[in-house]
Design a protein around this ligand. Structure first.
Ligand SMILES: Nc1nc2c(ncn2[C@@H]2O[C@H](COP(=O)(O)OP(=O)(O)OP(=O)(O)O)[C@@H](O)[C@H]2O)c(=O)[nH]1
Ligand SMILES: [Mg+2]
Ligand SMILES: [Zn+2]
Length: 305
């Protein structure tokens, strides 16, 4: 029987079988060895083959992945982790305050997803806390991100109508939900289905940051064909194995221009002569904030302030 990995705790996996039941299972012995050799552990979202014995259920096969999403530790460059596999899209949940999500962080995340060719949704939460100025700011973000093909939405996770709007973006897909601790990922998922009952906790008044309430990733179903993955809050998002020259490929608005640069695909769009991307920044057809995020990535700075 086929199944899909919903949760992984050490050597045990929770797998949703094609029969709609959940099974706790381990890897078959032979597979365990191969897994170590290939350094390709089973991850959430993996499609697997299950073997049901009378008193034992095990995973006998991992199906080829359509895609995967990795994150790399900024401090330990060699340390990257497969977060999930077979995802149709990523949803970055962001907030203007309690806590604040910077544009640099958002762009770094979007670029990373783009490098795995995974479509992105950007959702700003906690709009009930917005001042008038915040509303104007978020509208300008909406303008910016819609021009580069990112679907953006502004919500309050506590508002039923907003939750219906989010649901319509998720239907029939597998979506990985990511964002800083405290932005309301688990709150939003709890509202999407009564089956989801994740712990949520208030943002600290003192640091204005979340308290890392969700500690491991887990996949849930909203209906038979709609899957969502709740993940622990992330502080930073490292770029995985990306060449300097490659980075502008993952900025859709720069990708189209870069071959018009004098140095073509070798141009880093910094101080090179006749750079088409820099001209676009001067003409404001590429936004200054996106270009600043780009420079920070090329210079290898991380997005921590
Ligand atoms: N005012 C307001 N508060 C919200 C909203 N959504 C979530 N919160 C609050 O934000 C706090 C953090 O929510 P969580 O759902 O635990 O955040 P999280 O993103 O899952 O955090 P981690 O699990 O630590 O990564 C809780 O106190 C929620 O009640 C919202 O739309 N408006
Ligand atoms: Mg959470
Ligand atoms: Zn250039």
């Amino acid at each position: 029987m086929e199944g899909r990995v919903m949760k992984s705790t050490g050597s045990w996996y929770e797998v949703l079988g094609a029969d709609g039941r959940k099974y706790n299972c381990r890897l078959q012995g032979k597979l365990r060895l191969e897994e170590i050799k290939e350094n390709n552990p089973i991850t959430i979202g993996d499609r697997v083959e299950l073997l049901l014995d009378q008193n034992d259920i095990s995973i006998t096969e991992i199906k080829p992945r359509d895609n995967h999403i990795l994150r790399q530790s900024v401090k330990k460059a060699s340390h990257s982790q497969v977060l999930a596999a077979n995802v149709d899209q990523v949803l970055l949940l962001a907030t203007l305050k309690h806590p604040r999500t910077s544009l640099g962080f958002i762009d770094r995340f979007l670029v990373s997803a783009e490098s795995f060719r995974i479509p992105q949704l950007l959702v700003f939460n906690k709009k009930d806390l917005f001042s008038q100025e915040d509303g104007i700011l978020v509208n300008s973000y909406q303008q910016l991100y819609s021009t580069i093909g990112v679907t953006m939405m502004t919500i309050s996770a506590k508002d039923d109508k907003d939750i219906e709007g989010v649901k319509s973006l998720l239907t029939n897909k597998t979506t990985l939900v990511a964002g800083h601790s405290g932005v309301g990922k688990s709150t939003m998922l709890n509202r999407l289905s009564t089956q989801i009952r994740q712990n949520v906790r208030e943002v600290s008044d003192f640091t204005d940051k979340g308290t890392h309430t969700t500690t491991f990733a887990e996949m849930f179903t909203i209906d038979n064909t709609t899957f969502v993955i709740d993940t622990p809050g992330i502080k930073e998002w490292g770029l995985v194995e990306m060449e300097q020259q490659e980075i502008s490929d993952y900025f859709p608005e720069m990708r189209a221009l870069r071959l018009a640069c004098k140095f073509g695909s070798r141009c880093l769009h910094l101080t090179e002569p006749n750079c088409r991307v820099r001209r676009a920044v001067e003409e404001r057809t590429v936004s200054v904030s996106r270009y600043n995020s780009y420079i920070s990535m090329v210079m290898g700075e991380d997005n921590r302030k």
